[in-house]
Each structure stands twice: as structure tokens, then as C-alpha cells.
Design a protein around this ligand. Structure first.
Ligand code: TRP
Length: 356
């Protein structure tokens, strides 16, 4: 199973192959930015949808930026609960899964003022109708517990464009749900470049492309989208007993013959997929092996596969967790570096806009 598909232009498969080839032959020509909201522990959906791919890219030699978008937390809730703890836990997840802090720039949104200022000119490039049309935002609004939709909810995809464009990243490894946001970033970059070219005709921003993990989207234990906020996810850092308990509670169906049929049997197929990802085999092979062992055997297989795969990652995470000072230092150094870059980009933006 290949681990990535690259998407330079999501509509054009030829571009995908070109980009993947270019990453391999000239990793230094690319810059990756991605990030995760500090709202709770990262789960297996994040890992197979994006994290694993980031580590692979960094190992290929691509420069890596990881934003912890703390301002995005307050899009669908009033308070950013336990922000510092969640932020440190994200850094732990990154380092434990193999991100090299020496070579990556890890920082929070709110520690880079110039990044946030880019939001203002960027917002002028997007219509209110476009903001309302974003399918991921619509889905989040539908699942939000807030009585009213706040302004940040509607505009955060533009903020995300600033996250990506401040460092002129051209590659964004994300899960499928983020594709509409990538489209916003591309639109913002294109419109900004058209409206504000340098006098010599060169432009300020590259057009970032999504890098999708090859793994199909993992579902949560209830058969819905796996999400931190929906209580249906298996955290990366869960211990083995918790993993077993969560998987034991996963939704399945009554047919004892286990088969891989994502359309007809989404829950069973999702568990097969998870085991397959951990064991580097196909879901069909896993199904074949379980035969008519039913849901109980399926869950045992998946639990073992997950615990086996994540054992070294979890052990490393526990080691790193003992040194909070180190985590803080990683964030401090990342923020320092991100600020230098954001200041330079903002200066360039102000210049092409003719600001004094
Ligand atoms: N919106 C992303 C999420 O909810 C997090 C995010 C913020 C992000 N800024 C980003 C992802 C920039 C990729 C690039 O998970």
C-alpha cells in the first residue's frame, strides 16, 4: 500500500504524479505546513490521515511547519478549555510519532502576531457567500453546541489560509475534510497575487496543494466521522486497556461472516481497515482471516493490531512527557522562527499593497 497521494491541483491527476516525483527528487524546493487544533488528544484518524504522512515527508527532507491553531478552538465553543495542556500534548504526539523537533518549526497561532494580521487583507478577497458555502464549516456548525454561529466560525478558513501562506508553504498534508479550506487558501493566494503583484510582475504567494493520505477516511467507533469532539475516537496515546475498551464498544452488525464492504457494511469495514493499516495488509486479507468469527473476533484482531503498532510510539511519548520544559522550549524556538518569517511576509504584503 502506498502511503501518499500528492495533489498539486486536485482536479488534475497528472499534476499529482508530477508533484510526488518532485518531492522525491527535490525535497528542498518544498515547504510543508499543517496543524491540529489544541482541543484534545490526537486520534488514529489523524495518524493515518495525516501524521504518518508528515513524518514521511520530513524524512524525505522537506521543511516542516506545524501550527497549533489556538484561535481556531473558539470557533465552535465559548472557552478554550485546558489550552496549555492540549498544546503540550500535541507537541508530544508530534515528537512521539517521529517529527524531528530540530528540523521542524512548531508554534501556536497566537504567538505569531504578523500571521494573524494577514487575516485582514485576506478577508477582503473572499465574499460572504463563499464563506457560507464551505461544506466543512457547514458540517461543524451542524455539530456545534453553540446557539449562534460566531464570526470566527465563518472566517476561520481564511485564517487558515494565513497559517499556510505566511510561510509560503506549497504542500499541506491533511485529511479529506480539510480540502475545502485548502481551496480557500488557493483562492486567497491567487486573488492576492492578481490584485497585488510586485512591480516586476512576480507574485507574493505560491498556490498550496493538499497532500492526501492514501488511507480512506477512518470512521469513529459509532460509524460517524472520527472526531475529538464527538466522543467516538481512539486516541493515539490511549493505553492498551482503554484501546480495548473503546474498540469493544464499537458499532458492528449481526452478520457473523466478516467481509470488507465499505458501502454495505461501513462499521465492520472500518474496523478491518484499521487493522489493515496497522498490519500493512489489505482489509480483505484481514476479513479472510477472521472468516465467520463474528464481531468479537474482529474486535480482538483490531485491538491487537492497534496496540502492537502504537506500542513504540506510546512508549516514546511517555518518555517525552516527563520533560515538560523540553516541550516548552520546542514551542519557544518554533515561535521565534515563525515570527521572523511572518514579519518578512507581512512586510512584503504591506509593500505590494502600498502601505506606508
Ligand atoms: N483546520 C484544521 C483542523 O481543524 C487545523 C488547521 C489550522 C490547519 N490551520 C491549518 C490544517 C493549516 C492545515 C493547515 O484540523
Amino acid at each position: 500500500m502506498t502511503t501518499t497521494t500528492a495533489a498539486a491541483d486536485l482536479a488534475d491527476p497528472d499534476d499529482l504524479a508530477d508533484l510526488d516525483a518532485s518531492i522525491r527528487t527535490d525535497p528542498g524546493a518544498h515547504r510543508v505546513l499543517t496543524g491540529d487544533r489544541p482541543t484534545g488528544p490526537l486520534h488514529l484518524g489523524h495518524y493515518f490521515g495525516s501524521l504518518r504522512n508528515r513524518v514521511r515527508l520530513q524524512r524525505l527532507g522537506v521543511e516542516m511547519f506545524l501550527v497549533i491553531p489556538d484561535y481556531q478552538v473558539i470557533t465552535d465553543r465559548d472557552l478554550a478549555d485546558r489550552l496549555a495542556e492540549h498544546t503540550e500534548n500535541l507537541v508530544l504526539d508530534y515528537l512521539a510519532t517521529g517529527i524531528d523537533a530540530e528540523r521542524a518549526t512548531i508554534f501556536t497561532h497566537s504567538s505569531v502576531p504578523a500571521l494573524n494580521q494577514l487575516l485582514l487583507p485576506f478577508l477582503s478577497l473572499v465574499s460572504v457567500a463563499e464563506l457560507h458555502r464551505n461544506p466543512t464549516v457547514k458540517d461543524e456548525i451542524a455539530h456545534s453546541s453553540q446557539a449562534a454561529v460566531n464570526g470566527l466560525m465563518l472566517t476561520y478558513p481564511v485564517h487558515q489560509a494565513a497559517d499556510i501562506l505566511f510561510c509560503k508553504a506549497d504542500l499541506v498534508p491533511v485529511g479529506k475534510d480539510q480540502l475545502p479550506h485548502l481551496e480557500v487558501a488557493r483562492t486567497v493566494a491567487r486573488r492576492f497575487n492578481e490584485r497585488y503583484p510586485h512591480p516586476d510582475g512576480t507574485t507574493v504567494f505560491p498556490r498550496p496543494g493538499a497532500l492526501l493520505g492514501a488511507a480512506p477516511l477512518l470512521l469513529g467507533t459509532d460509524g460517524g466521522k472520527m472526531s475529538k469532539s464527538r466522543g467516538n475516537s481512539i486516541p493515539l496515546a490511549a493505553d492498551e486497556d482503554t484501546t480495548a475498551r473503546l474498540l469493544k464498544g464499537a458499532k458492528t452488525d449481526a452478520d457473523r461472516r466478516i467481509s470488507y464492504d465499505p458501502a454495505g457494511r461501513p462499521e465492520v469495514s472500518n474496523l478491518l481497515l484499521l487493522a489493515a493499516l496497522c498490519q500493512d495488509r489489505t482489509p480483505e486479507e484481514v476479513a479472510e482471516e477472521i472468516g465467520d468469527g463474528g464481531a468479537a473476533a474482529l474486535k480482538r484482531t483490531v485491538t491487537e493490531a492497534v496496540n502492537e503498532y502504537f506500542r513504540p510510539i506510546r512508549a516514546r511519548r511517555a518518555e517525552l512527557a516527563a520533560d515538560r520544559g523540553h516541550l516548552r522550549e520546542v514551542l519557544r524556538a518554533g515561535s521565534e522562527r515563525a515570527n521572523v518569517i511572518a514579519d518578512a511576509t507581512l512586510a512584503e504584503v504591506r509593500e505590494v499593497m502600498g502601505s506606508l
